[in-house]
Design a protein around this ligand. Structure first.
Ligand SMILES: *[C@@H]1O[C@H](CO)[C@@H](O)[C@H](O)[C@H]1NC(C)=O
Ligand SMILES: *[C@@H]1O[C@H](CO)[C@@H](O)[C@H](O)[C@H]1NC(C)=O
Ligand SMILES: *[C@@H]1O[C@H](CO)[C@@H](O)[C@H](O)[C@H]1NC(C)=O
Ligand SMILES: *[C@@H]1O[C@H](CO)[C@@H](O)[C@H](O)[C@H]1NC(C)=O
Ligand SMILES: *[C@@H]1O[C@H](CO)[C@@H](O)[C@H](O)[C@H]1NC(C)=O
Length: 596
């Protein structure tokens, strides 16, 4: 009878759950306001270990170790969204606390969601001293990527999901066993590879939503094989099937995405896929980005692949300085070099890092591959003097003499011939991309404004200088900053004597907008305006770009200027870029002339 009731409840919950059409979608909830009963692990520098502290009456306080064991520790770790507790430790190891001791004589069953819902004496009622403060180390889920992991809540739940979560946690009435097995790299005594297994008892009714669990009549269990690195996330993955809520970290995202695709959970797969945009900027070592790229390649996920390549192309400068640069596979390097939105100091510096990549790889890549990579360098937009020096300075010149010579010849032609002449040459139109600039951040082609010096005082003004002089900062009547600077008219030597004067600024409200004679649809908006524009004459147009660097750390957006303006997307509507907390941007204004 009990089992029947249980089944009925489940069925009801499931029905309501599935039929709720308005799914709450709270993709990027992160670090919400402090609330009564919140907890933290303090003093280790990591989120996953430390002295247990509870937030009560606006103050953090500690917990006494009387009555404390693993059940309490489990509640703490689960409340903090870790998979579980590893061990109980002494709080005073994490430095001496001084605030109140909020909790004493705790007694948890182990299934509570919040530590403060366990029974205890009463807030602040204690006979303990801070010597007895308790500490906990939580499981973090296996992979240690050496980077602070932050978690992102994916929540498709309706209110009932908490009850389903309790049903999952209690295992009550469960009738379908899922064994997740992975083969390890360790060998047992008879020489076979050892396996590890996680067993989870689930409810067939719930698992039957997904055919790949094979919950047909009469079956009572299934064994699935997953990779060992994904084992730590399997339980939270199955729990997601009940609750439609999951915390995704950049250690777990790849596994969750993989398990979601393996078991046919389209929504989880799409959402973790979208989460990758949030996760990509978080690893300055670029290991996550490369491993995601490999994963996208292996699974044929083109969207994720494009997302990774875009991030690497925008953040190419830092990629070349990172330890993984020399380990980049040639296929990925070629995909990056194919892009016009590659953000780089200038084309010559790109040639230099690519040459050093090729030299470092030595004979482990074929000469054809190496030549193919060099072929992607846009020689025509390298200044002629630097091209000339290549024959003396480039260590690859002798190996690829013919390639360099052919490239240089074409580049010199581009430098001295008019477009009308070049047009007659089919090689020009065939390889038109070779004649177009990428996104160059050198002083010659760009200027920069920082969100901290958009206002009144002359603080860290962008003291850039190029052959035409200093990039000058002005502060207008209303105190907002603008920079004026000068670039060549075009990359070709033909136009070297001509220059173009520009003014760059960021407009933050309607007032500033009307002052500059613009009609703006939203704010902030970047403006880049030339002062002596005459396109008709020379068949040159400018496809300028705005590059946004986030918090001085990574490039989160590359936008086209339409007319004089480039809108800066709000974080909640970013589609192609990467999120930037607090909208703390550095604005690069990049001038890009092209023949038409
Ligand atoms: C589920 O059943 C199908 C068909 O009976 C079978 O091909 C498949 O291997 C089963 N899956 C698992 C994980 O056992
Ligand atoms: C690399 O290849 C070049 C040309 O094929 C050859 O001359 C050279 O000896 C090779 N170097 C090594 C270390 O194999
Ligand atoms: C080539 O080397 C010479 C001498 O070392 C140097 O003066 C020159 O700047 C180099 N050219 C380039 C383009 O780096
Ligand atoms: C690259 O890395 C350096 C230091 O590691 C950092 O200061 C810089 O802001 C990073 N980002 C970009 C886009 O250059
Ligand atoms: C993004 O947030 C802004 C301000 O909070 C709001 O006005 C706008 O409608 C939001 N856009 C979307 C697509 O949700």
């Amino acid at each position: 009878m009990l089992a029947y009731q249980m089944l009925f409840t489940l069925w009801l919950l499931l029905l309501l759950h599935v039929s709720a059409s308005a799914l709450k979608f709270d993709l990027f909830r992160k670090q919400p306001e402090l609330q009564e009963g919140d907890i933290r692990l303090f003093g280790s520098g990591r989120d996953s270990e430390g002295r247990v502290e509870v937030y009560h009456s606006g103050k953090w306080g500690t917990v006494c170790d009387d009555g404390w064991d693993m059940a309490e520790a489990q509640v703490v770790c689960r409340q903090l969204r870790f998979p579980g507790a590893k061990s109980v430790v002494t709080g005073k190891d994490y430095g001496k606390a001084s605030g109140p001791i909020w909790l004493d004589d705790l007694d948890c069953k182990g299934t509570e969601k919040y530590l403060s819902t366990c029974t205890f004496k009463g807030w602040g009622l204690t006979d303990c001293s801070h010597k007895e403060d308790v500490g906990v180390i939580c499981e973090t889920g296996g992979l240690n990527m050496g980077v602070d992991d932050s978690s992102h809540l994916l929540d498709h739940s309706v209110t009932l999901s908490d009850s389903l979560g309790l049903i999952f946690d209690s295992r009550q009435g469960c009738d379908f066993l899922i064994k997740a097995r992975s083969v390890t790299e360790d060998r047992s005594q008879d020489g076979t590879l050892e396996t590890v297994e996680t067993e989870i008892c689930t409810h067939k009714l719930i698992m039957s939503q997904f055919p790949s669990f094979n919950t047909s009549e009469g079956s009572t269990s299934i064994t699935v094989s997953i990779s060992q690195s994904c084992q730590p996330y399997f339980t939270s993955f199955i729990r997601y099937i009940y609750t439609r809520k999951i915390d995704v970290t950049f250690a777990s995202a790849q596994c969750l995405h993989w398990m979601a695709s393996k078991f046919g959970m389209k929504q989880l797969m799409e959402d973790t896929g979208r989460l990758f945009s949030k996760i990509l900027p978080e690893d300055p070592s670029f290991q996550t980005q490369l491993s995601l790229y490999e994963y996208a390649e292996a699974t044929g996920d083109l969207v994720l692949q494009e997302n990774c390549i875009q991030f690497l192309a925008w953040n190419f400068q830092n990629l070349t300085k990172s330890p993984v640069w020399m380990t980049i596979p040639d296929k990925l390097l070629r995909a990056i070099l194919a892009r016009s939105d590659l953000v780089v100091y200038d084309e010559y510096s790109l040639l230099e890092v690519v040459e050093s990549w090729i030299k470092e790889k030595g004979n482990s890549t074929s000469l054809e591959t190496q030549a193919g990579i060099l072929n992607q360098i846009r020689f025509p937009v390298i200044p002629a003097e630097k091209l000339y020096d290549l024959q003396f300075n480039s260590s690859l010149y002798s190996t690829f003499r013919n390639l360099y010579r052919e490239k240089m010849l074409k580049a010199f032609q581009f430098n001295v011939l008019l477009l009308s002449k070049l047009r007659l040459d089919p090689r020009f139109s065939e390889q038109i991309e070779d004649y177009k600039p990428r996104v160059y951040t050198s002083e010659l082609w760009s200027t920069v404004l920082d969100s901290s010096n958009l206002d009144t005082t002359y603080r860290t003004a962008p003291l850039r200088r190029n052959q035409y002089g200093l990039h000058d900062v002005y502060y207008g009547n209303y105190g907002q900053a603008s920079v004026s600077f000068t670039t060549p008219f075009h990359h070709s030597m033909m136009f070297k004597a001509k220059s173009m004067a520009w003014r760059a600024n960021v407009l933050r409200n309607q007032n500033e907008c009307s002052m500059w004679g613009e009609r703006c649809e939203s704010f902030p908006v970047a403006r880049l305006n030339n002062n002596n524009y005459n396109t008709q004459q020379d068949n040159i147009i400018y496809h300028n770009r705005l590059v946004l660097m986030c918090q001085g750390k990574y490039i989160c957006q590359v936008q086209d200027f339409k007319g004089n303006l480039a809108y800066i997307p709000m974080n909640n509507e970013t589609q192609t870029g990467y999120p930037c907390p607090d909208d703390q941007y550095t604005y690069y204004f990049v001038v890009r002339p092209e023949y038409v």
